[in-house]
Design a protein. Structure first.
Length: 212
């Protein structure tokens, strides 16, 4: 594989179609990985390389919609474009509801297919960047000491330094020091940013799922 070139994963049981589609993809500037079934893809999961999946609906073994559901369960980040000769409205609606980038019918033009792939690649990058940001946020929160975590939890719930000091049984000066350390470790400049971070990590939800 050439670094930087997106990998398009073609999952289709029609060997002639896979070969023809691979030629089209490579001529369009992509790399192509071919799978004769969803099971083969699951047995040989790809690395976290930019790309997307072109997926048939009807295949022996795991169907396209069932495969889509399986990938959702495993958290696979690759966007899915259905490309099939057996499309119907209920199947297409369900696929889009579950997050498919597009639902195309064979045969489709090169321009339509490439347009769908480019949108899928943009979504892949947006999803990856969001995951990276969340990972960095989680790492920042994990770096807090126990007392800093207590202060952070109270700050994002709108407590003042005086209130936090009373609740934790410490001095307001100590709370200010912990608060400063929290802001530095999390890389935030204001309480509003700290609240946004806590919300993004789901730290402001009550046990029953309601927002605090």
């Amino acid at each position: 594989m050439i670094p930087g070139i997106p990998m398009i994963h073609v999952v289709d049981d029609d060997a002639l179609f896979r070969t023809a589609l691979a030629r089209l993809l490579r001529a369009s500037g992509y790399e192509a990985a071919l799978y004769e079934s969803a099971g083969q893809f699951l047995d040989e999961p790809p690395s976290n390389t930019p790309g997307c999946i072109l997926l048939d609906v009807r295949m022996p073994g795991l169907s396209g919609p069932d495969f889509q559901a399986r990938l959702l369960e495993t958290g696979n980040p690759l966007p899915i474009i259905f490309l099939t000769g057996h499309g119907d409205i209920p199947t297409s609606v369900q696929a889009i509801k579950l997050g498919a980038e597009d639902f195309l019918l064979k045969p489709t033009s090169k321009d339509v297919l490439v347009g769908a792939i480019e949108r899928a690649l943009v979504r892949f990058e947006e999803t990856r960047e969001r995951h990276l940001r969340l990972s960095a946020m989680r790492a920042g929160v994990a770096s807090l000491t126990h007392r800093e975590s207590e202060v952070f939890a109270l700050v994002v719930r709108g407590k003042l330094n005086k209130q936090i000091a009373y609740e934790l049984g410490t001095s307001e000066r100590t709370v200010k020091a912990h608060r400063h350390a929290v802001m530095q470790k999390l890389g935030v400049q204001s309480v509003a940013q700290a609240v946004s971070l806590a919300e993004a990590l789901g730290m402001l939800a009550l046990p029953d799922g309601r927002a605090r």
